[in-house]
Design a protein around this ligand. Structure first.
Ligand SMILES: Cc1cc2nc3c(=O)[nH]c(=O)nc-3n(C[C@H](O)[C@H](O)[C@H](O)COP(=O)(O)OP(=O)(O)OC[C@H]3O[C@@H](n4cnc5c(N)ncnc54)[C@H](O)[C@@H]3O)c2cc1C
Length: 294
């Protein structure tokens, strides 16, 4: 079995290639429009995107690479460009990708539905293709060579013509790699109080994340910072949920954490049934006390 991994971020490429090696004898990594990544696959096929084109339009080159490598399964990073490329690649191959795979077992994958209230098993099509987020293959070590094969960008007949580009403000946040996360919820009634969470995070060496309302209701956090079924799925060693009620849509994003600690002033909040340690109290008192104790 030969796996064809499409990824663009180094951490994801490392994790997906390591996971691919547990199901395949050889692993090819395909990187489009980002620097080549070595040491994680048997070969890295690198496709540069010329100025004036967009990475999504590299699908003909990606298909050529897939055919030339003779791969029999596809694993793609859950990031915008790999998602677009895997969609076009699988369409061209007459197969379909299973999105949001949380577990892969041969040609089957588990995925969540109804906002994480259910888990179903999906059977792969002719050529198994999976879109995988972080934490699914956690624990496997990546191995590989420094071999990079450059492949030319092949423009499709109706390529998108890039008129210009503007950088999005880059969120300085990496929840996937964090060992500890302090997550803030609507229990914070005042943006200035977020400093209490940042102080605790500094003591723990943690990243600061949030529930969706703090990133999409008010914009106290960038979208990359919210955890849950429609945000990031994380699996740190320690997850401290502060002023978060424990709705399913949030908890499916963090229930892979080793230890969940909750701070909430309502002793009946659902999160207290889903945590390892719970503090019933006002976060304005509990967080400084925790920080001081640490
Ligand atoms: C389709 C869909 C997708 C969704 N996806 C996501 C997702 O990906 N991620 C996500 O987070 N949500 C998601 N949601 C929203 C989700 O259902 C919840 O509304 C949201 O998670 C609630 O956020 P919260 O816990 O911060 O707020 P609340 O539910 O309002 O909880 C606030 C908590 O803070 C406590 N509190 C208040 N004041 C204090 C204080 N001073 N000290 C201590 N505790 C205090 C309260 O007791 C309460 O328990 C989604 C919803 C839908 C419908």
């Amino acid at each position: 079995m030969k796996a064809f991994v499409i990824a663009e971020n180094e951490g994801a490429a490392r994790e997906l290639c390591a996971g691919a090696r547990t199901v395949a004898d050889s692993v090819v990594l395909c990187v489009v429009g980002a620097p080549a990544i070595t040491g994680v696959a048997d070969v890295c096929v690198h496709i540069d995107v010329p100025a004036g084109n967009i990475a999504d339009d590299a699908y003909l080159s990606v298909k050529s690479a897939f055919d030339a490598q003779g791969a029999d399964c596809i694993i793609a990073e859950n990031a915008l460009r790999p998602l677009s490329l895997v969609g076009r690649l699988t369409a061209a191959l007459g197969t379909a990708a299973i999105a949001g795979a949380t577990e892969i077992n041969g040609t089957q994958a588990s995925t969540m539905y109804f906002g994480g209230n259910g888990v179903r098993t999906a059977n792969a099509e002719a050529i198994p293709a999976f879109i995988v987020g972080s934490g699914v293959f956690d624990g496997s070590a990546a191995t590989g060579t420094d071999t990079v094969e450059e492949l030319a960008f092949q423009a499709p007949a109706n390529a998108v013509i890039k008129q210009g580009e503007e950088a999005l403000p880059k969120a300085d946040i990496n929840l996937a790699a964090a060992d500890a996360i302090v997550a803030c919820g609507r229990g914070f009634s005042d943006e200035a109080d977020l400093q209490l969470a940042r102080d605790l995070a500094a003591k723990l060496g943690a990243e600061v994340g949030c529930s969706r309302p703090l990133a999409e209701g008010v914009d106290w956090f960038p979208k990359e910072a919210y955890i849950g079924v429609s945000g990031a799925v994380v699996s740190p060693k320690t997850y401290v949920a502060c002023g978060i009620s424990g709705q399913m849509q949030h908890m499916v994003g963090c229930n892979g954490s080793e230890v969940v600690i909750a701070v909430n002033k309502d002793k009946n909040a659902p999160i207290f049934k889903q945590c390892d340690y719970g503090f019933v109290g006002d976060l304005k008192e509990a967080l400084p006390a925790l920080t001081a104790a640490l």
